[in-house]
Design a protein around this ligand. Structure first.
Ligand SMILES: Nc1ncnc2c1ncn2[C@@H]1O[C@H](COP(=O)(O)OP(=O)(O)OP(=O)(O)O)[C@@H](O)[C@H]1O
Ligand SMILES: [Mg+2]
Length: 308
């Protein structure tokens, strides 16, 4: 769907995007995570054809973003990180204006706009003034506006920033719905755990480069040599700890009231063998799982702090 090769963007002396390479497959929800100034917005604007690159190429469905910008405008929906001021414009008029910029025929517009407002749950606000909407509503309106021409690829720059927890959950639901409608979505955020829940893949961006990439599990696996596993026995906690100490690949064992946590440096196969060994020692196990990783901590480690 999207392929970026050796992308570079310089603003004067500042290199915002530094030899960036990326492939996003059709149907994925790809998350861009990175600290302030990492180059997320710059990369997304270049993808959307709104900013020229210094060098490098971006192809969408095989078409070059700079050479085929008119054609690609139809395929891409872009939601900026900044929402403007719209004095005296009602929600319906605002949507109608954007439908007009994509040459959608007058008679098709009311039904289309109603269905888009329905998706983002703003149908009840269609006669309200845009400036009277709350921030979360404005963000949803902005998302529905990016959908007027039924694009295949959505590029959403921090659609959930500044939203309250409930609105964030709603935004995630909307994105999932859009994915089931067949859209490919690229979304940015500062908050890794937030993206982790909905994204099929994640790219951690730092200083204009892709610092790590993969599914959330893969990123964590690569960054953490020892993963933390948790085992909860039905009974015989002491015996469990004793047997664990005799097993290979176990680095550190920590006992809690009703479960044991330990660092494990083996493969998935070795983990399943471990479980088989415990069970054959006749210790009843209720659950065995990987501890939910502390994503924030990993993120801080990869991006190494300091802003540009
Ligand atoms: N118009 C501009 N002129 C000069 N420098 C710019 C411009 N826009 C961005 N930059 C610089 O490029 C770098 C990347 O900025 P960018 O906005 O792409 O980061 P970001 O990852 O989106 O950050 P944030 O999380 O704050 O949104 C920063 O060092 C920024 O100062
Ligand atoms: Mg940004």
């Amino acid at each position: 769907m999207l392929e970026i090769k050796n992308l570079v963007k310089k603003y004067g002396m500042v290199t915002a995007v530094n030899n960036f390479n990326l492939v996003v497959k059709k149907g994925s929800i790809y998350g861009f995570v990175g600290p302030n100034g990492a180059g997320k917005t710059t990369t997304m604007k270049i993808m959307a054809g709104l900013l020229p690159a210094t060098s490098g190429t971006i192809r969408i469905d095989g078409f070059d973003v700079t050479e085929q910008s008119k054609l690609l405008k139809q395929k891409i929906g872009y939601m900026p990180d900044f929402f403007g001021v719209y004095d005296d414009l009602k929600v319906m008029e605002y949507m109608d204006f954007y439908a007009g910029t994509y040459y959608i025929p007058y008679k098709e517009r009311p039904a289309l706009i109603n269905s888009l407002l329905e998706i983002v749950d703003l149908a009840h606000k269609k006669d309200a003034y845009v400036d009277s909407l709350s921030r979360g509503m404005k963000q949803r309106l902005c998302l529905s506006r990016s959908l007027v021409h039924d694009p295949d690829l959505l590029i959403l720059d921090e659609p959930a920033s500044g939203l309250d927890p409930r609105a964030r959950v709603e935004m995630k639901e909307i994105l999932k719905q859009l994915q089931t409608m067949g859209k490919t979505i690229i979304i940015s955020s500062h908050i890794l755990p937030e993206l982790a829940e909905i994204c099929t893949e994640i790219g951690i961006i730092d200083h204009g480069k892709l610092a790590a990439e993969g599914t959330v599990q893969e990123i964590m696996r690569r960054l953490e040599k020892n993963r933390i596993l948790q085992m909860k026995p039905l009974k015989h906690m002491d015996k469990l700890c004793q047997v664990l100490q005799e097993q290979p690949n176990i680095v550190d064992i920590m006992e809690s009231t009703d479960y044991v946590e330990f660092a494990f440096n083996g493969t998935d196969e070795e983990a399943s063998r471990l479980l088989a060994n415990i069970i054959s020692a006749e210790i009843p196990i209720l659950s065995f799982k990987e501890k939910e990783g502390n994503l924030e901590e990993i993120f801080m480690r990869v991006t190494g702090g300091d802003e540009k």
